[in-house]
Design a protein around this ligand. Structure first.
Ligand code: NAD
Length: 400
């Protein structure tokens, strides 16, 4: 009788990472692209890919197979995967098909959907959410999917604005006349805002940026935009590089000042967020009413919680009575699926290399990266903030 070859035996010890097809909810991104397969194979991981998983981002099953992955059915993933990787979160039906001991990596949003965390815990699934990554830890930068996807979203927001606007973005002098450049205001100069400014600038618009964190002024200038300075709020830096919540008085004064500035612009793109809070209202209905017909407003903060623009609705484009197109941005990264998937795949691969030791998932809640991203393990919610949200009480021995 022949003995199994050492190569086969070594492959059998590999951790099985499975990429699922997230297309059910219109998502076009895929969590790992073919280029990620060989490095993961080299790091003792076998990669399974659900048939058609990369199609929305223009990666074929053949591309994955050539790269060393194995194309399988969704049922085979449920049976064989040690770690399921996905872009967004999983539906309750999909979670119920997983088995105790399996792990899931994605942008699971446990702080906005804590019920998902409870389902993972009840099913004995280890859930790992990239949106909990501590962003100020420099060794975690390669895993920072919030940044990589915000960057894609900011780029796409500028393109959507240019596409919707009825005039040119650049100054054009032609025999048929002179077109003056579009004036663009971007509110919020974080990752998405700075990319929106840079992209609108590269398209030739005259761009102005604004943020409540004074340290952004240099960054705004570095992407070729002007600074809008408001007298009402001069500094509202909070913890970890984020803004703090404004007081009611500050917010009212900020809105009043912005009411005067907003109508001067052809295009306004809003990106302002405060972690874990309702997005601040920056552009009032009064300001929108004063804008010129043909103006465009894109609210990147539009969500079920509200947005930066009064009257915006996530995933909807509305035209106001005075002819302003008001776009509640939905899933913008999914609209640039190939670039967004490549960046996300880079983030997931870096996280996998951090978590996998000697062919096994090595959960260690004393590691500050893991304390941020590991939500459930061993049948419990182990993430402090998620636990507090659900039980209104601290986790014994939990982190973050
Ligand atoms: P975000 O999406 O939470 O917010 C977007 C922007 O909105 C922020 O710049 C914030 O200051 C601004 N904002 C909030 N309230 C506002 C208001 N009332 N008016 C105007 N602007 C308002 O932020 P983000 O883009 O995820 O990140 C913000 C910052 O975090 C980055 O610019 C950076 O400094 C830091 N960061 C650091 C790292 C790192 O160190 N590796 C990684 C990512 C982000």
């Amino acid at each position: 009788m022949s003995q199994p070859s050492p190569v086969v035996a070594a492959q059998e010890r590999r951790l099985v990472v499975a990429v699922i097809d997230a297309a059910d909810d219109g998502e076009r991104r895929v969590a790992l692209i073919p280029d990620a397969v060989a490095p993961l194979n080299a790091a003792q991981m076998q990669v399974l890919v659900e048939a058609g998983a990369g199609a929305g981002a223009w990666y074929s099953d053949d591309d994955y197979e050539r790269a060393g992955a194995v194309i399988v059915s969704s049922e085979e993933i449920d049976r064989r995967a040690d770690i399921v990787v996905t872009v967004g979160t999983l539906s309750p039906a999909r979670i119920s098909r997983l088995h105790p001991g399996q792990a899931v990596i994605g942008m699971l949003q446990p702080l906005t959907s804590p019920d998902v965390a409870e389902r993972f815990a009840a099913g004995g699934i280890t859930s790992i959410s990239l949106d909990g990554l501590p962003r100020t830890v420099s060794r975690a930068q390669a895993m920072d999917a919030l940044t990589s996807q915000a960057n894609v979203a900011g780029y796409k927001a500028a393109l959507v604005a240019a596409d919707t606007f009825g005039r040119f973005f650049p100054l054009l002098i032609t025999a048929a006349g002179t077109a003056k450049p579009a004036s663009v205001l971007v509110l919020g100069a974080g990752v998405a805002g700075l990319q929106a400014m840079g992209t609108a600038r590269r398209l030739g618009a005259v761009v102005t940026g604004y943020d409540v964190r004074p340290e952004t002024q240099t960054e705004i200038r570095s992407v070729g935009a002007r600074n809008l300075e408001l007298e009402s709020v001069t500094s509202a830096s909070g913890e970890g590089g984020y803004a703090r919540v404004l007081t009611e008085t500050e917010q009212a004064a900020q809105q009043q000042e912005l009411n005067r500035h907003v109508p001067r612009f052809d295009v306004v793109i809003t990106t302002a967020q405060v972690p874990g809070r309702q997005p601040p209202l920056l552009v009032t209905a009064e300001a929108v009413k004063q804008m010129r017909p043909g103006s465009v407003v894109i609210d990147m903060a539009a969500s079920a919680l509200g947005g930066n623009v009064e009257g915006s609705v996530a995933d909807q484009t509305l035209v106001t009575d005075n002819g302003v197109t008001l776009i509640g941005a939905g899933n913008l990264p999914s609209q640039v699926p190939t670039a967004a998937s490549a960046a996300f795949s880079h983030n997931v691969s870096a996280l996998l290399r951090h978590l996998v030791r000697d062919g096994a998932l090595n959960i260690d809640m004393t590691d500050e990266i893991q304390a941020g991203v590991v939500i459930t393990h061993g049948g419990h919610i182990v993430h402090r903030a998620v636990n507090e949200l659900i039980h209104h009480s601290p986790t014994p021995g939990g982190n973050t």
